[in-house]
Design a binder for this molecule. Structure first.
Ligand code: FES
Length: 84
């Protein structure tokens, strides 16, 4: 199981964490990964920044995720880590 947490603290919320959660849900469904990934929200992880949203994949933290960088993030850091 890959554990993905999207920060929904106030800074990330303003930077669009709801959109990122939706994109994650869509991507997980599109790749039929529902039973390989757990998706949840997280409180502020202390990585607030001006760019985008913080996502934690297992114990690795990624910051500044925006819709424009989401696909690359998903391909490199999520798809590559779940076996098909
Ligand atoms: S609100 Fe997301 S890292 Fe602080």
């Amino acid at each position: 199981m890959l554990d993905i947490k999207v920060c929904v603290g106030s800074s990330c919320h303003i930077k669009g964490s709801q959109t990122i959660v939706q994109m994650l849900q869509d991507a997980i469904a599109e790749h039929h990964l529902e039973d390989k990934i757990t998706l949840s929200g997280s409180f502020c992880t202390g990585n607030c920044n001006r760019v985008g949203v913080t996502i934690i994949v297992d114990d690795k933290t990624f910051t500044g995720i925006i819709p424009e960088s989401f696909n690359e993030f998903f391909r490199v850091n999520v798809l590559s880590r779940v076996s098909h």
